[in-house]
Design a protein around this ligand. Structure first.
Ligand SMILES: Cc1cc2nc3c(=O)[nH]c(=O)nc-3n(C[C@H](O)[C@H](O)[C@H](O)COP(=O)(O)OP(=O)(O)OC[C@H]3O[C@@H](n4cnc5c(N)ncnc54)[C@H](O)[C@@H]3O)c2cc1C
Length: 428
C-alpha cells in the first residue's frame, strides 16, 4: 500500500444524490475520471464504453505529465492534476500509485531565446511551481552526468513532473466510480439518441438498451466528432494523427560505459531534446518518441495498432532509427547500446491549437464535449473532469473557475467555438 497523501485542497466536496442521469461516453482516462467526479458530485452516472476500458489512446500513450506549461492557468491546472494523481490511492482507495515523479528536463539549443525561457520559469514559479528552475549546461552535467550537452544552452527542470500508469487510472478509477454508485457499461457503445427541443432525452446503446439522459458527456476523444454527430451536435474540429513510440532494450544494464549507471535508469527523468524528441524509462526499456508530420486519418478501433511502412522498430533507415539518433545525441547510451525491441502506435486527437475542446454543444443544450486532447489527455484528466463538473452545474460555459489554493484558471482557451490562433508550443 502506498502512502496516504491527502486529497488536493481544491477537490470539490462530495454531495448527496440529485437524481439526475449523466451518460459519460468513452471509457478512457478522461471518461473514467469525469465519471468518478460527477458521481461524487451526486449525479447518477452511466459510463458507456464501446469496447473495454482503455480501448482508445489511453492505453497507447507515453503518459507523461508536466506542469511546465506556457500560461499561468495551465500551470495551475496541471499542478492540481499532479497533486490529484499523487493523492490517488487515498481518493480511489486503491493499492498502487499511478504516478512516477522522475521530473521533466527540457533541453534547449542555441536557436532558443534564453531571456524568454527565464521569463517563463519565473511565470511558472509565480503560478505555484516553487521548485521549477533553469539549469546551466554545467548544472545539467553535474545532475545528469550521462547527458551530452554540446549545443545545449540550458534546460528547465521541475522534479514533480513525470509520467503516469494509465491502466491504473482507468481500471482503479472505474472501480472507485462504481463503488460510489456509477454504472460502468463495457462492450456496448452509444449508437443513437432521441433529441427533443434541442436536448438529449434518451440514449440507445448498440445492444438496444435505452438510458434516459439528463446530461450527456462526450469523452470519446478521437471518435468525439462521430459521437457529436449522433446527437446532431456541432462538427468538432478534431484531426486524428498516428503517433509512434519506440522501446529500446538493454540500456539499463549496458549503459555504464556511457555514464548511465544501472541505478540511474529507473530515475531517468522525461528528457526532451531541443528538437522535440523525448524519452523516459518504461520498466526495463527506454521509451522514445518524436513528432513526425502526418496526414490525418479516420479513427478505427481495429487500426489503432497499425504500423505504417518505414515506422517499424527494426527498419535501420526508418523513422525509429531517426528517433533513436535524435535521443542518442543527448543520451549517448541510447545511440551506442541496446536493441530496438518494439514500436506501438495510437491516435493524437488534434485540434488546430492543440488545446482540448471542453464545453456545451452550441446546438444541443445538455451535451458537453470534453475531447480533442492532442498529446495531453492523460495529464489533463483531473482538470478536465473538474471543468465538466463546474460547467454542468452552472448549466453554461464559464470563462474562469477557482481551483481553491491553486488560484483562478481561464477556461476560454478550451471553448468549443473559439477562434484558433496560436498553438501550445510542445505537445508532449
Ligand atoms: C503515442 C502517444 C503518446 C501520447 N503521450 C501523451 C503524454 O505523454 N501525456 C499525455 O497526457 N497524453 C499523451 N497522449 C495523449 C493521451 O493518450 C490522450 O489524450 C488520452 O489518452 C485521451 O484519453 P481519453 O479518455 O480522452 O480518450 P481515449 O482514451 O481515446 O478514450 C476514448 C474512448 O471512447 C470510446 N468510444 C468511442 N466511440 C464510442 C461510442 N460511440 N460509445 C462508447 N464509447 C466510445 C473508445 O472506445 C475509447 O475507449 C499520447 C497519445 C499517443 C497516441
Amino acid at each position: 500500500m502506498t502512502e496516504n497523501i491527502p486529497a488536493p485542497s481544491a477537490l470539490l466536496p462530495a454531495v448527496q444524490g440529485n437524481n439526475k442521469n449523466v451518460i459519460v461516453i468513452g471509457g478512457g482516462v478522461t471518461g473514467v475520471v469525469t465519471a468518478w467526479e460527477l458521481q461524487r458530485a451526486g449525479y447518477k452516472v452511466f459510463l458507456v464504453e464501446s469496447k473495454s476500458l482503455g480501448n482508445g489512446s489511453s492505453s497507447r500513450s507515453a503518459a507523461a505529465i508536466r506542469a511546465q506549461f506556457s500560461t499561468p492557468s495551465t500551470v495551475r491546472g496541471m499542478k492540481f492534476c499532479e497533486e490529484f494523481y499523487e493523492a490517488w490511492t487515498t481518493m480511489m482507495k486503491s493499492e498502487e500509485s499511478p504516478i512516477s515523479q522522475n521530473g521533466y528536463l527540457f533541453l534547449y539549443g542555441y536557436s532558443c531565446n534564453k531571456k524568454a525561457l527565464l521569463g517563463r520559469v519565473e511565470m511558472q514559479q509565480q503560478a505555484g511551481l516553487s521548485e521549477v528552475r533553469w539549469l546551466e549546461p554545467s548544472e545539467i552535467e553535474e545532475k545528469f552526468p550521462y547527458l551530452e550537452t554540446t549545443g545545449v544552452i540550458g534546460a528547465t527542470w521541475y522534479p514533480k513532473d513525470g509520467f503516469l500508469y494509465p491502466h491504473l487510472i482507468y481500471q482503479d478509477g472505474a472501480e472507485a466510480a462504481r463503488a460510489l454508485g456509477a454504472e460502468v457499461i463495457q462492450n456496448d457503445g452509444v449508437a443513437s439518441a432521441t433529441v427533443t427541443d434541442g436536448n438529449v432525452v434518451e440514449v440507445t446503446l448498440r445492444s438496444g438498451r435505452k438510458i434516459p439522459a439528463d446530461y450527456v458527456v462526450n469523452a470519446a476523444n478521437s471518435w468525439a466528432p462521430d459521437v457529436s454527430n449522433i446527437f446532431g451536435g456541432v462538427i468538432l474540429p478534431i484531426a486524428n494523427r498516428r503517433r509512434y513510440l519506440y522501446f529500446l532494450n538493454g540500456l539499463k544494464d549496458q549503459g555504464e560505459d556511457f555514464g548511465l549507471m544501472a541505478e540511474d535508469f529507473a530515475t531517468l527523468p522525461m528528457i526532451i531534446t531541443p528538437n522535440g524528441g523525448y524519452c523516459r524509462p518504461d520498466n526495463k526499456q527506454l521509451m522514445m518518441g518524436w513528432l513526425q508530420f502526418t496526414e490525418p486519418v479516420k479513427p478505427d478501433f481495429d487500426e489503432q495498432d497499425l504500423i505504417e511502412p518505414g515506422f517499424s522498430a527494426n527498419d535501420m533507415t526508418g523513422y525509429g532509427a531517426a528517433v533513436r539518433k535524435e535521443i542518442g545525441a543527448y543520451l549517448l547510451a541510447a545511440s551506442e547500446v541496446g536493441r530496438m525491441d518494439a514500436v506501438t502506435s495510437g491516435y493524437y486527437a488534434d485540434t488546430p491549437d492543440h488545446n482540448p475542446l471542453i464545453g456545451h454543444d452550441p446546438n444541443v443544450g445538455n451535451l458537453i464535449h470534453v475531447c480533442g486532447f492532442s498529446g495531453h489527455g492523460l495529464m489533463h484528466a483531473p482538470f478536465s473532469a473538474r471543468i465538466v463538473s463546474e460547467i454542468l452545474a452552472a448549466g453554461k460555459d464559464l470563462a474562469t473557475i477557482c481551483l481553491g489554493d491553486y488560484g483562478e484558471v481561464d477556461l476560454t482557451p478550451y471553448r468549443i467555438n473559439r477562434e484558433f490562433h496560436c498553438a501550445e508550443g510542445m505537445v508532449i
